[in-house]
Design a binder for this molecule. Structure first.
Ligand SMILES: Cc1cn([C@H]2C[C@H](O)[C@@H](COP(=O)(O)OP(=O)(O)O[C@H]3O[C@H](C)C(=O)[C@H](O)[C@H]3O)O2)c(=O)[nH]c1=O
Length: 186
């Protein structure tokens, strides 16, 4: 019996992963990751790092981050406390959905996660106080090839449910997409 239900999104390769919660009188059990089940969703490499973020205030935004090849990474982003508006932005030069974004509410209650292929930037906005995310990464954190685009870029027009605030100094300096941007290759 499946422990993860996979649903495609309008952005190529980005999937919503719904955790099946198995409850009893003590509480519940759900699986965060399964290589076998997520192979169907396109997860093709071992997890090499798992990160955890706590973001305190509703409205705070982190992103839009990605890593360049050869350290381009798949991410599985799961919310284990609170709720976030999770955004995937397709930066792949050869993608049919280049520069398109997709957002999904992830929460501890709805048990949803978002799977992002390599070349898709990730960001999120906190919807509830003290929201926590778990990230499974298929590539090691490599600052030399880390990059990003501005989450408030008017050309991308990403919809944020709340007035964005609390961007890090780094995120505030991220570039807007220009006409010269031809995408990333993974
Ligand atoms: C990602 C990462 C960061 N760091 C260090 C670098 C900084 O000193 C500090 C915070 O990093 P950063 O400001 O990049 O963290 P966020 O802004 O939360 O970015 C994260 O959230 C966005 C939305 C993502 O999708 C990325 O996976 C992730 O970068 O942790 C590490 O030491 N290891 C790591 O793996």
């Amino acid at each position: 019996m499946a422990s993860l239900i996979i649903t495609a999104t309008p952005v190529a390769g980005v999937k919503v992963i719904q955790r099946v919660s198995r409850g009893d009188e003590r509480g519940s059990l759900a699986r965060l990751f399964c290589q076998k089940e997520l192979a169907e969703a396109g997860w093709h490499s071992p997890i090499v790092q798992i990160n955890h973020t706590l973001t305190r205030e509703p409205g705070m935004v982190r992103g839009m981050h990605f890593q360049h090849s050869p350290h381009a990474e798949m991410k599985l982003v799961s919310c284990i406390r609170g709720a976030v508006w999770d955004v995937a932005l397709d930066l792949r030069a050869d993608s049919t959905t280049f520069l398109q974004w997709y957002a999904h509410e992830l929460s501890a209650d709805n048990g949803c996660a978002l799977l992002l292929p390599e070349g898709v930037a990730h960001g999120f906005q906190v919807l509830q106080q003290n929201s926590e995310l778990i990230y499974c990464h298929s590539a090691f954190y490599t600052p030399e090839v880390e990059d990003g685009v501005h989450p408030l870029d008017p050309e991308l027009a990403i919809e944020w449910p709340l007035p964005p605030h609390g961007l890090s100094a780094r995120d505030q300096q991220l570039p807007f997409i220009t006409r010269a941007f031809s995408g990333v290759r993974c």
